[in-house]
Design a protein around this ligand. Structure first.
Ligand SMILES: [Zn+2]
Length: 310
């Protein structure tokens, strides 16, 4: 005769396991298994806050028999621990290597946490320089935005840097680390998995939310970096922000958007219009993207500013 007890016990154990592995933040990362041994952690798309721990971006990890390779380490110490808690739902292996795709806070502010536990930290030379140059400034703004969640965060630039493409084998996974120069920041670095045709693009690709052309960005070089991605012909892109998707969506929401601004600004400059007129450029085709309202005018101004000097 069947009894309900084993099922009750199973449910109770499951509930307990869920509690133990529950992430610390109120705005948890979403874990997606994108290929054998390869995972993406998808972060929220809004501004940094005490509850999202400045993990308002995407991360990734690759598991081998020896350990875990982590792509980007989180925006605060608490953010690094939150990423680790998600890794723990898959494996008990330690993080042995961290690759930073960029110099923006959430790409590397968790480095010191993993480094203290034995991980190597690696990026490209340009990304490392960007981290060292803008670290203090970013610490100021990220600490203000994250409040108490900032506690104990010690930004530490990646300790190893490459100057050209490097291939490594991590367990059964082939990985290429590809420096692509300035784009959203002063130096972006791609992580390409040729066996799976999966790209972790960092902030060279934004999906579902409006990309940011900030004072640290270089949009012309960004388009060149995007051309490198097109040459790889990825099947899946895990973007810096937004849900994983195919190349055509990235072309539309990152490449074509930058090209639209460029074309429109060129016409304004040709017609002798003022910089302020760039804010009137019709960008409504992209108004469905998250944070469109807060970024689209600033993006146009920044592209104008850059193109004046071309
Ligand atoms: Zn970012």
């Amino acid at each position: 005769m069947k009894t309900n007890l084993p099922r009750c016990l199973t449910l109770a154990l499951f509930a307990l396991a869920t509690l133990i592995t529950a992430p610390l933040s109120a705005n948890p990362l979403k874990l997606i298994n994108v290929a054998d041994n390869v995972y993406a952690l998808i972060g929220p798309m809004e501004q940094r806050s005490p509850t999202n721990l400045a993990n308002n971006a995407n991360f990734g990890f690759i598991v081998s028999d020896q350990g875990v390779l982590l792509i980007d380490s989180g925006g605060t110490l608490a953010g690094a621990k939150d990423i680790e808690s998600h890794i723990r739902t898959i494996t008990d292996k330690p993080v042995t290597l961290v690759i930073n795709t960029g110099g923006q806070d959430h790409r590397w502010f968790g480095n010191s946490y993993f480094s203290a536990r034995g991980a190597d930290t690696l990026t490209s030379m340009q990304t490392q320089t960007d981290q060292a140059t803008r670290g203090d400034n970013q610490s100021g703004s990220t600490s203000r935005l994250t409040g108490d969640s900032w506690q104990g965060t010690t930004p530490q630039p990646a300790q190893q840097a490459i100057t050209e493409k490097q291939s490594i084998t991590f367990g059964v996974t082939e990985i290429q680390i590809i420096p692509v120069g300035p784009a959203h920041t002063g130096g972006e670095t791609l992580v390409w998995l040729p066996q799976h045709k999966i790209l972790f693009s960092g902030d060279t690709v934004y999906l579902d939310r409006m990309l940011g052309v900030g004072s640290q960005s270089q949009h012309l070089s960004w388009l060149a970096a995007f051309a490198t991605i097109e040459a790889l012909n990825p099947t899946t892109i895990v973007p810096g922000h937004g849900m994983p998707a195919d190349l055509s969506k990235a072309q539309k929401e990152t490449r074509d958007y930058l090209q639209l601004l460029r074309t429109e600004v060129a016409q304004l400059i040709e017609a002798g219009a003022d910089m302020e007129d760039a804010t009137l450029i019709d960008q409504s085709a992209y108004s469905y993207l998250k944070v469109y309202k807060s970024l689209h005018k600033r993006n146009a101004l920044r592209v104008y500013e850059e193109m004046e000097w071309e």
